[in-house]
Design a protein around this ligand. Structure first.
Ligand code: C2O
Ligand code: CU
Ligand code: CU
Length: 507
């Protein structure tokens, strides 16, 4: 069956869940796995059951991310505990929602670390499922990186220990990574922010600027206040709720008295954030991007829109010659969704009040040493299959024609060697690809079919997640620094949990 036939059969209307493994594991809103999670198997959730957009207040001051306090008195050591547990939170007044949160904070937490620190964070699991803590993008040893191989059972605990290397300042995050239920744990609320600061503040070209942190999550809420289950479209295309939250608040507002460094995380399951800053007439204002996942760019870049795909982070610099009232929007984005569904709608993220605050950025923000010649090439192909049998639609996603098997090694890398990864997206959808172990250097993007246009080079930057459009090839270079098993996967969490993931053995 080809895509056209598949689409023309109205998959959104008569289908049933396509990924029974993932669906069967969706628990109820009250924390215990139950049959309630199977509702989605009967077809699309009744959209009338979703909360209306006006039930959440807008325009509140953007909350700051609560800081995870360092319990250690040694300045080179960070010690803390993260307890994952269900809790009640009233998004809608009078209709409490059971969310899953760390340390009882429905607002995502922030962990601030310094290069070279030794880190010791204990996870206490009070969820009804196994869980892990994964340090997305950080260069930590595989056995401390919270992969699905070493999950912590309900009521269990474990301490993650690692030492941050030099020169890893950047914008990271943490989230659970259990086998098959990562998407559920994240959509119920489990994710938080990490900032690694340089050891020497003088080596941070923008260290003098005040910062604002925007941690974007997605909320799909029923009218009764419960978190909605995934429906079939969520399983195929990745879950999108009706609300985008910034630091846990819906369309909040921020007032900036001077030029500000903004760090923005896309911690949604599957939402592409096609960012644009607009004035009150809807006119686009320039976005000045100064950083990516792994810290500052070598040089600032200006653009009308900046696409932040699921799991990516950006640093922006907001300033204006005159006082300005602006809105940060996520514009509509078409990622090639399957089925009779609308492309991702535009959403306002944040209102910004900006005082007059001209700023001249340094010419060079930092030096990034290009990785040398690669000694090995790794080839990755993303693909999908669609089928319909007995009135049921099926959609499967593959890496090199295989679905994830925790016990199979798919790629072998060598410690300390520069490798070139060539990734082809032969599927019909965008997939944001992420590899564990640290940051890579993007080289170029091109069409697999060269007649579609010339390759484009990437500016030097450090990344751990990169989006591939349908038909695109992306090339990056990376060095793995620790032995062990790393993961490579699509960061649309429904795709990851449905098997769009591979093991990389570093030897
Ligand atoms: Cu953010 Cu393997 O994930
Ligand atoms: Cu990761
Ligand atoms: Cu994907």
């Amino acid at each position: 069956m080809d895509r056209r036939q598949f689409l023309s059969r109205g998959v959104g209307l008569l289908g049933v869940a396509v990924i029974p493994v993932a669906c069967a594991k969706v628990g109820s809103d009250h924390g215990m796995p139950s049959m309630q999670g199977m509702k989605g198997m009967g077809g699309m959730a009744d959209p009338s059951a979703l909360a209306a957009l006006d039930v959440l207040p807008t325009g509140l001051a953007v909350p700051s991310l609560p800081l995870l306090i360092n319990q250690s008195t040694d300045v080179n050591h960070f010690k803390a505990t993260l307890t994952a547990a269900p809790m009640q939170h009233a998004f809608i007044a009078g209709k409490p929602t059971t969310v899953w949160a760390y340390n009882g904070s429905p607002t995502p937490l922030l962990i601030e670390l310094i290069e070279g620190m030794s880190v010791e964070i204990e996870l206490i699991n009070q969820l009804p499922q196994e869980t892990t803590l994964h340090w997305h993008g950080l260069p930590v040893p595989p056995e401390e990186d919270g992969g699905p191989q070493e999950a912590v059972p309900p009521q269990g605990r474990r301490t993650y220990r690692f030492v941050l290397p030099e020169a890893c300042a950047g914008t990271y995050w943490f989230h659970p990574h259990p086998h098959g239920t990562t998407h559920e744990q994240v959509f119920r609320g489990l994710a938080g922010a990490i900032i690694v600061r340089p050891k020497l503040t003088s080596s941070d070209a923008l260290g003098v600027l005040p910062e604002t942190h925007l941690f974007v999550t997605d909320l799909k809420l029923n009218a009764d206040g419960s978190i909605a289950d995934n429906d079939m479209n969520d399983e195929m295309n990745g879950r999108e709720g009706q609300f985008l939250l910034v630091n846990g608040a819906y369309q909040p507002a921020v007032s900036l008295a001077q030029a500000t460094r903004v760090r923005l995380w896309n911690a949604t399951n599957a939402r592409f954030l096609n960012l644009q800053l607009q004035d009150m007439t809807g006119q686009a204002a320039k976005l000045v991007q100064v950083g990516t996942d792994g810290g500052l760019l070598a040089q600032a870049q200006q653009a009308q829109t900046v696409l932040v795909s699921p799991a990516e982070r950006v640093e922006l610099c907001l300033s204006s010659k005159e006082a300005a009232t602006l809105n940060l929007h996520a514009l509509t984005y078409s990622q090639g969704k399957m089925g009779m569904v609308q492309p991702t709608p535009a959403r306002k993220l944040l209102a910004v009040q900006l005082a007059a605050s001209a700023l001249v950025l340094p010419q060079r923000l930092r030096d990034i040493m290009p990785l040398g010649a690669a000694v090995r090439q790794q080839r990755v192909r993303l693909s999908e299959t669609m089928s319909m049998a007995g009135g049921m639609h099926n959609m499967s996603f593959y890496i090199n024609d295989k679905q994830f098997d925790m016990s199979r090694i798919d790629f072998t890398s060598k410690v300390g060697e520069v490798e070139e990864w060539v990734i082809d997206n032969t599927s019909d959808m965008d997939h944001p690809v992420h590899i564990h172990g640290g940051q890579f250097q993007l080289q170029r993007r091109e069409w697999i079919d060269a007649s579609r246009g010339a390759p484009t080079q990437y500016a030097l930057s450090l990344k751990d997640t990169v989006n591939l459009r349908s038909g695109e090839r992306v090339v990056f270079k990376m060095i793995q620094r620790h032995q062990g098993v790393r993961m490579l996967h699509c960061h649309i969490l429904e795709h990851e949990d449905a098997g769009m993931m591979a093991n990389v053995s570093v030897v």
